[in-house]
Design a protein around this ligand. Sequence first.
Ligand code: APR
Length: 248
Amino acid sequence: MNDTLEEAARIIAGSKNLIAFTGSGISAESGIPTFRGKDGLWNKYNPAELATFEAFINNPKVVWEWYSWRINLVLNAKPNLAHEAIARLENAGILKVVITQNVDDLHERAGTKNLIKLHGDILIARCISCNYKERLSESPRNIPPRCPVCGGLLRPDVVWFGEPLPTKELKAATEAARKADVILVVGTSGVVYPACLIPFVVKNAGGKVIEVNISESAITEIADVFFKGPASRVLSALVSRVNELLKK
Ligand code: APR
């Protein structure tokens, strides 16, 4: 790993506009299941029955029972060394923005400030009939939860399959990718559009792609540097080396 580490650390230390793009793999070591690959959620559950608006309308109770289980996983999880390494890079003024597909709050709890959440936030519930929203500090007691303002159904404030990404976040992420000279891609299979296009925007604009994953992904073909390993170990070593290079 040393040569790869050295090469990636030099690219990052020399970057002018580094951004990060993360997927569920960065939260795997915090005990939050990924969606694909070994033990992936979509190996056990059918996304069409749990992660579409139609499934929710047909069976809000079943969908909320599944999301309550995921909400409790997030609330009981802690940021891992990978989230902390990403926050350290931002703190050092090297990393400008984190674009995440994740709906957990582990980047925020690790201290990341400039964060774009492309797929929403599992800890927010919003009304499907009015614009009421609330932050959840625990999974809802009544399932399905009802809007206290209009009595309508509350839904998790996440992007389901077949739904558009939030316009403001997608625009901000695309603009950040266009300006980036380096993108650090961590823990994503790179197969869900349009989010997975972000690393390609950087590549097509002449930027460098550094990928961290325990196995190859759909992004690996465009990676200038590919680290095969768990995000917590790789990112901790990478950020320490970057700091050494910048101290010189
Ligand atoms: N360190 C680094 N990478 C890891 C680790 C780890 N410890 N554990 C797993 N991975 C990698 C897997 O090899 C895989 O490539 O993380 C990736 C997870 O891929 P997915 O489960 O497909 O998650 P993600 O890419 O974030 O999915 C994108 O799909 O279902 C939708 O909305 C959901 O946001 C999600 C989107």
